[in-house]
Design a protein around this ligand. Structure first.
Ligand SMILES: Nc1ncnc2c1ncn2[C@@H]1O[C@H](COP(=O)(O)OP(=O)(O)O)[C@@H](O)[C@H]1O
Ligand SMILES: [Mg+2]
Length: 232
């Protein structure tokens, strides 16, 4: 299926996001419009402060747009209640952040299970799905370990497992390879790419052209504006 025929999963229409107050007021996103399709990995590049994280936060329902429309799976997601946004975040969206917030007092498997349990899965079935997701990222058998008992790369993989667990259709990754060595970074990208090829859609913020090359499409941001770079 070519990208142009695939189902649109996420769309921004003239989304503006103003952050801060008074003299610190910044238009972090300025009338941004773009569309993301199933099976597509979109790379977002651009200098620090250009609005990349804000874009991801809006897409991930962590930050409401000041104006404009966010559409997720054909539904207007610009004005959801907190509870509705939280539910969509748990069931549809997967986040991989550079600072991945694995809870240190929970095992890797418990960390990965959290979104499922929050969404009403029994602990037992959540654990089965968590083990599957951990195996998918190469951490089979490490579910009982605590984050400080594995390497930084393994914690990052567990964070990816948590982002992937369950039927998530939109994966949002903000510089997920930032603190990782080369081979772990490649693994993280490979996992993301595989999940997208399997029917999800992904947005990857990265500074590195080498990683952007894994994407189907690259956009570049500057001062809250999006520039279409090319279709690879
Ligand atoms: N919570 C906030 N309050 C005020 N300004 C913010 C806030 N978060 C980000 N900004 C500003 O918004 C702009 C875009 O930031 P960000 O989206 O984090 O950029 P990037 O991820 O590309 O580095 C920057 O000018 C930044 O200083
Ligand atoms: Mg950022």
């Amino acid at each position: 299926m070519s990208t142009s025929q695939a189902t649109e999963v996420l769309r921004l229409d003239a989304v503006t996001c103003v952050l801060g107050e008074g003299a610190r007021r910044v238009t972090a996103l300025d009338e941004v419009s773009l569309s993301l399709r199933q099976g597509e990995l979109l790379a977002v590049m651009g200098p620090s402060g250009s609005g990349k994280s804000t874009l991801l936060n809006v897409m991930g329902l962590l930050l409401p747009p000041t104006s404009g429309t966010l559409t997720i799976h054909g539904e207007d997601a610009s004005h959801l209640s907190r509870a509705e946004a939280a539910r969509l975040r748990r069931t549809t969206l997967g986040f991989v952040f550079q600072h991945y917030n694995m809870l240190p007092s929970l095992t890797l498997a418990e960390n990965v299970s959290i979104p499922l349990e929050l969404d009403g899965s029994s602990p037992r079935s959540a654990r089965v799905e968590a083990d599957t997701a951990l195996a998918e990222v190469g951490l089979e058998g490490l579910g009982e370990r605590y984050p400080d008992e594995v390497s930084g790369g393994q914690v990052q993989r567990a964070a990816i497992a948590r982002a992937l667990v369950g039927p998530r259709s939109i994966l949002l990754a903000d510089e997920p390879t930032g603190a990782l060595d080369t081979s772990t970074s490649d693994d993280v990208l490979r996992i993301l790419r595989a999940r997208v090829d399997d029917g999800a859609a992904g947005v990857l913020v990265t500074h590195e052209p080498r990683f952007a090359a894994w994407a189907d499409r690259v956009i570049r941001m500057r001062d809250g504006h999006v520039f279409v770079e090319d279709d690879i």
